[in-house]
Design a protein around this ligand. Sequence first.
Ligand SMILES: [Zn+2]
Ligand SMILES: [Zn+2]
Ligand SMILES: [Zn+2]
Length: 589
Amino acid sequence: MSSKKRKDRPKKRKFSGNRYTRFCSINVEHDNDDGIDVLVEAEVTEKSASRSKLGTPSNTAETNTDNIEGYRFIDAELFISFLCKFPCKKCLEEGGLKVSEYRVGLASKFTVTCNRCPGPKPFKTVFYSSTKVGSENGGQGRCFDINKRLPMAMFAIGRNYAQAKRLTANLNMPPPQSLSCWQKHAKSLHSATRNVAESSMQKAADEIRVGSMSNVTVSCDGSWQRRGFSSKNGVATVLTVPVCGKSSKVIDTQTLSNYCSACHIMKNKLSEPEFQIWTKTHECEKNHTGSAGAMEPSGMLSIFRCSRTTRKLAYSGYLGDGDSKSYSAVANAYPPIYSRPCVAIKKLECCGHVQKRIYRRLTDKVSEYKHKTFVENGKTFKGIGGAGRLTQKAILRIQGHYGAAIRGNPGDVKAMEKAIWAIWKHRSRDHTDCGDWCPSKSGKGGDANKNALPEFVCTAIKPVFKILSSEDLLQKCAHGGTQNTNESFHNLIWERSPKVTFVGRRRLETAVADATIVYNDGESARVAICETMGLKHGSHLTGGFSKIDKKRVDNAHVSGKSAVIKARRARSNVSAAQKDDSTYEAGRF
Ligand SMILES: [Zn+2]
Ligand SMILES: [Zn+2]
Ligand SMILES: [Zn+2]
C-alpha cells in the first residue's frame, strides 16, 4: 500500500555525517495520521549515545545483513517486478527474465528464467520463500518451515484450520496447505509439545520431592469443555500447592474424550466387518467410555496410579472441591492406590471454599432470627440483621478476616483457631487477641469498638465460629492453599482451545501441554517446542516471547499492589453478594 505512493514522491536523502558515520538500517517508515508516509533516516555516528537509546545493536554491519531473518509479508507482484529489473546473468540482456511460481501451502518456489538466452539451456535460478526443515522422524528437509509453523501459530491463539483459511484470505494470501498436510504437522506439534510439557512437569515434581520418594499435598481439579454432562472432552489437572512464596506448578494432566469423529464417520460408511478391519490401524481419539461426569474421577485415578512410577511422589494430600467425586474415586480405589508402603490419601479443603462458608452460615443466622425480638439497654430489636447489627457489609468483613486468619497461619492450627476467635472477640469489645488490623493495636488511634456488635448478636453467631474453628476443619486447611491455581491454569487451556469449538482429543492435548509449559515456565519456554520440531527459532520469536513474559510479570506486579487488591476485593464482594441472591450454593455444608 505504501510502496506505490512512495514511488511518486522524490526521496529525501541528506547526508549529514562524516567518514566515521555508518548507516544504521533504522529507516523507520510509519504512517502518520494523514496516511502520508514519513521516511525517517537516522544516521548515527559510532559511539553515539543515541544508538543505545534507539536500541540498535552496536554492530551496524550485522544489522544490515546478517540479522535480517524471519518472515516478511511480501507482495509477490512487487517482488517479481524487482527481480525482472536485473539483467540476465548469462546473456547480460535486460528485461528478459520471467518468474514462475510453484506453491506448497504458504511456501513458494520462484523460478527465474531468461527468455532471451540463445541456445537450448537458458539461464535459470530458483528462490524458495521458506527453508525446508526435517520431518519429526528424521526425514531430511521435506517440509517447508512456514507450513509447519502455521498450525503452531494458530493453535497458540486458540484457532484451527478453518480460521487459518480465513486469515490468509483476509490477508490476500494463498490458502494454507491441504488439510491432510495440516494434520500431519499438527500431529508432530502434538508430540513435540507433549514432550516439552512432560519434562516441565517432571522438573516441577523434582522441585518438591524430598529424597528419592516423598508424600506431597496436591491441588486437584477437573474442567469440562462444555458445561455439565454433555461435554465430550474433559481435563483432570494436578498442581503443586504454593508454599513459602514458591508459585504452584502443574505436575500432571490427563485429557479425556468420549468421542472420536473419525470412528463416527466410518461407522456409518463401512460395514461392520470392514469397520473392524479399519479400527485396527486407526488411532482413536476416544479414551474414555461413560459419562462426562465420570471423566474427572477416572482421569484423576489414572494420574494417581502412575504418580509413584512417573513422578516418584505419593499424592497423600488431596486438595479439591467440597463434594469431589474424584476424591472418593482415589481414596476408595481398589486395589488401594498407594500400597507398599501404604499411604492414605487425606482430603484437604480449599481455603477459598472454606472462607465462603462463614458468609453463608452468617447469612443463614440472620434469616433464622429474622422474626425473633431482642431487648438490649431498654431498646427492642427485631432480628440480628440490619443497621448497627449484622449487615451484609459486616458479614463480608468477617469473611475477609476469617480467610486471612486461615491463610496467615499455614501449618499452625492453634494459631488459626486463636485468630478466628479474635474476630469474634473484637466484635464483642474484647481486643486482647486482636492483630494489627484492629485500631486498638495499630497505634493510629480510632475507635476500636466502632464495629462492635450488640451482645445478643454475638451470642447468636457464636455457634458459627465454633463450627468453623473446629480443629478437624482447620487441620484440612493447614496447607493454606486454594484451588484458584487450578482455575487460572484451566483458563490458559481454554484460551488455547476455546470451549465453543469442539475439538478432538489430540488437539485438546496439544492445548493442555502448551498451557502447562507456559504456566510452569513462561512463554519463553515454548522455544523448546520449536527445537523439538526442528524449527529454527529466530530473534523475532525469542524476543516476542520474552516480551509476553515481561508483560505478564508486570501485570502480576500491578495486580499485587494494594489499591488493585482493594478494588478487586470490592468487586468480588459484590459478586459474592449477587451469587448469594441466586442459586449459588458453594459453601453451603
Ligand atoms: Zn539470458
Ligand atoms: Zn476413533
Ligand atoms: Zn480489636
